[in-house]
Design a protein around this ligand. Structure first.
Ligand code: CUA
Length: 143
């Protein structure tokens, strides 16, 4: 009876997960990590101005760093961060802000942020990604 209950339980979970799309990528934009760096916009990582008040920053996270290595954006403008991983799970976390994104291979993560003050902002990887994890960081210069 124990085994029967277990099988029944797992079947119910499996069926409902499919029926309601309860997998981690549900509702998110997806991308093939192996083709990431050939796929727009990730084939051109960097800061792109969209209009007078909006900038998009396209970032590729990969072991153990971020591409582009330098990010410079203006204060007081809407910055749309678009991040994807070229290999394993990382994060893109801007210290002292509410930008703290998991970067899971196969998914595109987007977050809007406006920097109020110019300065140097530290970006770190919060997700253990291998031996170089602790060195995975970059900074954003807000001008
Ligand atoms: Cu990338 Cu930790």
């Amino acid at each position: 009876f124990g085994i029967f209950s277990l099988v029944l339980f797992l079947s119910i979970i499996g069926v409902t997960a499919f029926a309601f799309n309860h997998h981690p990528a549900g509702g998110m934009e997806t991308i093939d990590p192996e083709k990431l760096e050939q796929t727009a916009p990730f084939d051109h990582p960097g800061v792109h101005q969209i209009d007078e008040d909006t900038y998009e920053v396209v970032i590729v996270a990969k072991t153990f760093g971020y591409d582009p290595p330098e990010i410079k954006v203006p204060a007081g403008k809407k910055i749309i961060f678009k991040v994807a991983s070229a290999d394993v799970s990382h994060s893109f976390s801007i210290v002292n802000t509410n930008v703290n994104m998991m970067v899971i291979p196969g998914q595109i993560n987007t977050k809007e942020y406006t920097f109020d003050k110019p300065g140097q902002y530290l970006v770190i990887c919060n997700e253990y990604c291998g031996t170089g994890h602790h060195f995975m960081k970059t900074s954003i210069e807000v001008i």
